[in-house]
Design a binder for this molecule. Structure first.
Ligand SMILES: [Zn+2]
Ligand SMILES: [Zn+2]
Ligand SMILES: [Zn+2]
Length: 801
């Protein structure tokens, strides 16, 4: 039997893979070595044939929980007659790269030690091992080794060193390994004006270590707001059952109604407040520990101010040891989590990026927090919490792509059965930078994404590395964060882009970045239409090769159209190369542009006006304006002053919600539509008549019926349901006609409006009843957070033309 050389790519570093290989080889009496390189893991084995075969088989069947093997290549090599099996030093290969593990929530073994008084890491807030802990947020470069992380400055104490170098120890080469002797520490500081109030600019009182944690618990239970440094940035925390604390946080954060995320110590607590299905439970417990949207129980005492007028709560479990220490009563045995559920919202003011740095937090969050729970393990790259929901439609399309399976397996190991129901809304901590696998190898390029909910995407080989959530690119801080992120990804994944993809919108900061860089680096810049990118993103994550087009229903709030209008209710037939716009929501005016977005009543009146329908004063949207303002608005519409035309489905939802009486102005994106959906009566079967009159979806009949219902006092619940039902029905009618005409049986649903689960569920049912194969997002968000993936795959196609 000759020797075998095995090369493995995927997430195989920082996940305990080498000790696993070492132990497996030793057990099977094989000789040779295992080695980390920047391209993956290499193994050389020699020995008995049966044992070698068994080794190869067990590589897959017994791999560590966090490892995701992408490709295994095996070739025969001459015997070198090794006498032992060794773990060799890591080697760096010029230009080589490999996927990097996302951050991983604390594992059960570490959690047990954390609360075991006899363990030397008892109550140590940074306990971790090869199966858990920070990864992506502390990595500065590859290969993933301690000197290339933000742990470089913490020299290992002899005890940690022993664990770190012992291949049989579960902390062997766990790069962030630490203990209270040698590792990072926590401390609590009051905010700076507290110092000034006490007549000194010096820090007068800080609490360290366990005292800091106990003092934080005390402040939180007294209704104070504490900034807590986490894995990917700061959170602002307060008692979620305390209305005045939550209201105070809203006031300070300048956030009127947009829901706050919650952290609860365990599943039992979550189940006191929310309904939790099996799939949701497994998602909550998964190593990614995302925020999961859960239906609120009526008896929950979570303050209504946490998520005003919504029946969903965004809830996550603790994911760091520090979180667990905050919830645990130090004096009670057995372990008791007695701190109330916490609001855990990103530590930022309004739409700025989340703060990551201690000094930055002291400055930027000083008006927001009463105190700061700091630590001294630096966050190299900011990473917000991810948000997902379970979409429990029985037969939504399950792609058989390896990418989906491995992603899901990874993202949800410990261990959700292939999480086909996962519907990501924000893909960030715990998921990023895990790649989406593409259907083929592609050239390296950078797609800069959208304006809102920005992510960017970098391709290399057959991977698309989607960035963490960057945020709304509307200010300098977010642009800076974007630029740092791009630089980091290009270094980490050894990418020198050969082209740049960007949105058609000339004024997006992401577009401008692409155009400037294209000039600076002399690279082609490829403009991609927004809704085309949405549909392509959905196709790409399902591994479609784009050899035949799909019917794409791209419904969202805003996207720049070919004709300069604001698109958003688009019916496309698209592949990666291009698209035909075969239909659209009929255009209606948006008086004042952004002013109409902030005030759906304006959109409602504009819609009525454009359809030739009366402004009946009994309608809430009409009553919202005095006679004079109505006259002004009418003149504006007639003279088309600052009144762009739109086919936006999001704006149609705004108008419908306003006409139904849900709300006339909003203080966060899509608020009216979200509240409108929350009211929909699931048992209502009637539907409003939308008409497919190619290439237009005509809304006159539906809007007439809606206003008639509103005037007749029909409950909003029924109005909402009839609106949703009508839209779902017209989607089916459109797809049937297009199938007839083009012979296409595949439909992709993408765009932010599809976050509306009521519309999604009803449309899917109708389309599937009619025999369509329907693709919905599973790996990247359906909103603009997934856009960069679509831009990338379209640009790749155009490059090869
Ligand atoms: Zn662990
Ligand atoms: Zn130590
Ligand atoms: Zn969009």
């Amino acid at each position: 039997m000759p020797g075998l050389r095995v090369h493995i790519t995927g997430i195989v570093q920082g996940v305990g893979f080498r000790p696993f290989v070492y132990n497996l080889a030793t057990r099977l009496k094989l000789k040779g070595w295992v080695n980390n390189t920047s391209a993956g893991v290499d193994i050389h084995i020699e020995g008995d044939e049966a044992n070698i075969n068994s080794f190869i088989e067990k590589l897959s069947s017994e791999k560590p929980p966090l490892a995701v093997m992408d490709e295994i290549t095996i070739r025969e090599v001459p015997l070198e007659n090794f006498t032992a099996f060794d773990i060799q030093h890591s080697t760096s290969i010029e230009g080589a790269f490999q996927p990097i593990s996302p951050d991983v929530s604390i594992c059960d073994d570490c959690l047990r030690e954390l609360f075991d008084p006899s363990d030397r890491r008892y109550r140590y807030p940074f306990i971790n091992c090869t199966n858990c802990g920070p990864r992506f947020t502390i990595i500065k470069d590859i290969p993933y080794d301690r000197p290339k992380t933000t742990m470089a400055g913490f020299a290992l104490c002899p005890d940690c060193e022993r664990e770190y170098t012992d291949p049989t120890n579960r902390r062997f080469h766990a790069q962030p390994v630490a203990c209270s002797v040698c590792g990072p520490k926590v401390w609590l500081e009051p905010r700076s004006d507290e110092f000034i109030r006490q007549g000194t600019t010096e820090v007068v009182t800080t609490w360290e270590d366990d005292d800091a944690i106990q003092e934080t618990r005390k402040l939180l239970s007294e209704g104070k707001i504490v900034a807590i440094k986490g894995l990917g940035g700061f959170h602002l925390a307060c008692d979620a059952t305390n209305s005045s604390a939550v209201t105070e946080l809203r006031n300070r954060k300048l956030r009127v109604d947009k829901p706050f995320a919650l952290m609860m110590p365990d599943l039992e607590t979550i189940e006191q407040h929310c309904f939790v299905s099996d799939a949701e439970r497994e998602l909550l417990l998964s190593t990614a520990r995302p925020i999961v949207l859960l239906k609120r129980k009526p008896e929950s005492n979570i303050a209504l101010e946490v998520a005003p007028r919504q029946d969903w709560l965004g809830v996550m479990l603790p994911y760091t040891p520090l979180h667990y220490l905050l919830f645990a009563n130090p004096d009670l045995r057995p372990l008791t989590f007695d701190l109330l559920p916490l609001v855990m919202t990103s530590g930022n003011l309004s739409e700025e990026p989340i703060a990551t740095d201690n000094d930055e937090a002291r400055q930027r969050l000083s008006s927001l927090a009463d105190a700061f729970l700091f630590h001294d393990r630096d966050i190299h790259i900011r990473c917000d919490d991810s948000v997902v929901r379970v979409f429990s439609h029985q037969s939504s399309v399950i792609s058989n792509q390896l990418s989906v399976i491995s992603q899901t397996e990874h993202a949800t190991s410990r261990s959700i059965p292939v999480g086909r129901n996962v519907y990501p809304l924000r893909r960030s901590r715990g998921y990023s930078p895990f790649p989406v696998k593409l259907y083929r190898e592609v050239p390296p390029l950078l797609a800069t994404g959208s304006e809102l909910k920005n992510t960017f995407c970098i391709t290399n080989k057959n991977y698309a590395f989607l960035s963490h959530h960057i945020g709304d690119m509307e200010n300098y801080e977010t642009l800076k964060s974007f630029e740092q992120g791009v630089e980091h990804f290009e270094r980490l994944f050894r990418v020198k882009p050969v082209a740049l993809a960007h949105d058609l919108h000339p004024n997006y900061l992401a577009t401008r970045y692409a155009l400037q860089r294209s000039e600076r680096d002399n690279l082609p810049a490829i403009a991609v239409q927004h809704h085309h990118a949405h549909i392509a993103a959905c196709m790409a994550e399902h591994g479609l090769d784009g050899s035949h087009p799909v019917i794409g229903l791209a419904f969202d709030g805003t996207g720049y159209g070919d004709d300069g209008a604001i698109w958003g209710g688009e019916i496309l037939v698209a592949d990666y190369r291009g698209y035909q716009r075969l239909g659209q929501l009929e255009y209606f005016p948006l008086p004042g542009g952004d002013a109409a977005i902030r005030k759906p009543a304006r959109t409602a009146l504009a819609l009525l006006w454009s359809l030739g329908l009366d402004w009946d004063e009994r309608l809430a949207s009409v009553a919202e304006f005095c006679a004079e303002d109505r006259t002004t608005l009418r003149v504006q519409l007639e003279k088309k002053i600052n009144t762009p035309m739109t086919s936006s489905m999001g704006r149609l939802f705004d108008a419908a919600a306003a006409l139904a009486g849900v709300r006339q102005s909003v203080n966060y994106e899509a608020q009216a539509a979200i509240e409108f959906e929350a009211l929909a009566d699931p048992l209502e079967g009637e539907k409003y008549p939308f008409t497919w009159n190619p290439p237009k979806v005509e809304v006159r009949g539906a809007v007439e019926a809606l206003t008639a219902d509103a005037l007749a006092g029909v409950p909003i619940q029924k109005i909402s349901a009839r609106f949703h039902n009508g839209l779902a029905e017209v989607c089916r009618v459109i797809c049937l006609e297009l199938r007839e005409k083009f012979g296409i049986n595949e439909v992709a649903l993408s765009g932010g409006v599809w976050q509306n689960i009521t519309l999604l569920g009803r449309s899917l049912s109708l389309l599937q009843e009619s025999g369509f194969r329907v693709y919905i997002h599973q790996q990247v968000p359906t909103n603009d957070g997934g856009l960069s993936l679509g831009q990338a795959i379209i640009a790749v196609r155009r490059l090869s033309d």
